[in-house]
Design a protein around this ligand. Sequence first.
Ligand SMILES: C[S@@+](CC[C@H](N)C(=O)[O-])C[C@H]1O[C@@H](n2cnc3c(N)ncnc32)[C@H](O)[C@@H]1O
Length: 225
Amino acid sequence: MGLGSSWRVVYESYKKIVKFYERANLLVTFGNVDRWRREAIGLFYQLDGKNPLRVLDAGAGPGNMARHIRGVKYVVALDATAEMLRANDVADDKVVGLFEYMPFRSRCFDVVLAGYSLHAAVDFEKAVAEFSRVAEYQVAVSIGKPDNIIARGLLYFYTRYILPRLACIVAPRGVCDEYGKIFVIVKSQMPNSLVKRTIEKYATSLVFKTRGLGGVYMYVAKSRR
Ligand SMILES: C[S@@+](CC[C@H](N)C(=O)[O-])C[C@H]1O[C@@H](n2cnc3c(N)ncnc32)[C@H](O)[C@@H]1O
């Protein structure tokens, strides 16, 4: 499962929102957007302990995920949208490309990071298989879909009726309208339990957690050789 043909719509959105992106994200997640990125990376440090040297930031956008990796590092930012990469001041190298067809040799990274990007995969399983091929560890935080039916209903309501209005407080009309598409994204996701099972086909899941009623999941996994 994945966004399939809706992906074009989402891709166009990224081009438009880049300027107001983090400000709107902060509001619609009630201040949690970066805390959850840091939490996912913190989980990785707790499990592995050492600073990764070779880092791939997948769906890097402005680099908000790799920013939290400490110490000396070599960061490659991969993104399908050149406009988002242009705003990236963290990466040593920038590559326009897709998760599903990564232009990298196997195991050339210590860790692949994916901050709020996996939900936009055209083919989720292929993306995770590629993450497992190119890096030893994967650390992701992403929009999810709760397994619990009540939580799912609440999330649908929030993303359909409230979230786009909140985004409009900090972003101009043409931009905040794009946040209306988050409802489409949430609906198109597989449930979080199936996300975990799919990851486990290619990697050993070390930790998998949900936040915000299950509207966000984060995981750390060690790829299988
Ligand atoms: C919401 S932004 C996240 C940016 C950043 N990682 C963060 O933590 O804020 C999602 C990014 O993923 C990229 N993206 C979405 N689907 C992709 C795919 N299949 N392959 C590569 N990049 C993709 C988009 O272009 C966009 O820049």
